[in-house]
Design a protein around this ligand. Structure first.
Ligand code: SAM
Ligand code: SF4
Length: 330
């Protein structure tokens, strides 16, 4: 592909945009109470999703405008039968970091293919290590398969793994020790994340939110010997236990404002470019991807979306509150 129009994406506030999260589907095989309503699928069914070829074109254009990291997410990305091909094509297009966020239920089916395709890292979401509690959070009885897939993934030690754990008061906040224990033997990063207000059921409004400072207190109470380490920008708090192989992070997804360092945009499964998590409206790529638009025209729309990125979406004016992270990919 020609690189004649290669120029990086930079927004109005001089932030380079080199990271794109693509929700490859909005459908899911779980129903996490803080994310989706039971009726989600009926809504999702009505929304068109980008075809394999449309995704590949998009990925190639993203590579050509200097995007260096793509995260495939959803909904549940492993529900797409072409997920291995998408990873492969992203690597072939020159994307440096290609990662995936998954609930892990179908990982046994896809892991060998994903590794072969060049996947660089996996975020594995699991909010409880207790089967009954897992069921009450996800509303699906799949704990044993998910746990088996997690154990196999950690034991294989073939790809960097981060665990996403949304920590909620009186739901799973007493499981910190069980999760930290995984870092003893495995070089995994356990990430305790704040609940965000993007949930169909509005668990958010029921007092289950635990802020990063409170999570930190709970963690330090359980492990006074915890050592602070310097983490990545979004992992505001990062720790290691002496003699453990893995690390622990707290993600203040809601309370901390990352806007000044934001380097990403999102693409929905129906092809809308969302320039900010707090903006509901996006520019739609679908007509361009379905028509005969040139790569340059698609790149121009990406630039336009980036130019509309707000300086501070959380505190600025919002279109409206989003109902589920699955719409845009968490
Ligand atoms: N289905 C995949 C999974 O669960 O990993 C990918 C999509 S899911 C939307 C991505 C991440 O967003 C998961 O780690 C999930 O726990 C998180 N998430 C979803 N809704 C959330 C909410 N209301 N607050 C915080 N995190 C949320
Ligand atoms: Fe599905 Fe992920 Fe949402 Fe859970 S968090 S319902 S696994 S999209």
């Amino acid at each position: 592909m020609s690189n004649s129009f290669k120029s990086s994406l930079v927004d109005t506030f001089h932030r380079p945009i080199d990271y794109v999260r693509i929700a490859v589907t909005s459908q899911c095989n779980l129903r996490c109470a803080y994310c989706m309503s039971e009726e989600h699928e009926e809504r999702a069914d009505k929304v068109p999703i980008l075809s394999t070829q449309e995704m590949i074109t998009l990925i190639e254009v993203l590579a050509s405008v200097g995007v260096s990291k793509i995260r495939f997410t959803g909904g549940e990305p492993l529900l797409r039968m072409d997920i291995v091909e998408l990873v492969c094509r992203a690597k072939q297009a020159g994307i440096n970091m290609v990662t995936l966020t998954t609930n892990g239920l179908l990982l046994d089916r896809f892991l060998p293919g994903l590794i072969h395709a060049g996947l660089d890292a996996i975020n594995f979401s699991i909010d409880s290590l207790d089967s009954e509690r897992y069921y009450s959070i996800t509303r699906r009885d799949y704990y044993s398969r998910v746990r088996d897939n997690l154990d196999k993934l950690l034991n294989a030690d073939i790809i960097p793994v981060k665990l996403n754990v949304v920590l909620m008061r009186d739901i799973n906040s007493d499981e910190i020790r069980e999760f930290v224990d995984l870092t003893r033997l495995y070089p995994v990063t356990v990430r305790f994340m704040e609940l965000q207000p993007f949930d169909d059921n509005q668990i958010w409004r029921t007092g289950k939110f635990l802020g990063a400072d409170r999570i930190q207190d709970l963690l330090k109470h359980s492990y006074p010997e915890l050592q602070t380490i310097t983490g990545h920008a979004t992992q505001y708090y990062s720790y290691i236990m002496p003699d453990h192989k893995g690390t622990i992070a707290i993600i203040p997804a809601f309370t901390r404002n990352f806007c000044s360092q934001c380097n990403k945009i999102r693409i929905t499964s129906d092809g809308k470019i969302i320039s900010c998590l707090y903006k509901k409206e996006g520019l739609t790529l679908l007509p361009l991807l379905q028509g005969n638009a040139s790569h340059e025209m698609i790149a121009d729309l990406l630039r336009k979306a980036v130019s509309q990125k707000p300086e501070d979406g959380k505190h600025g004016s919002r279109d409206s509150v989003r109902t589920s992270m699955s719409e845009i990919g968490g």
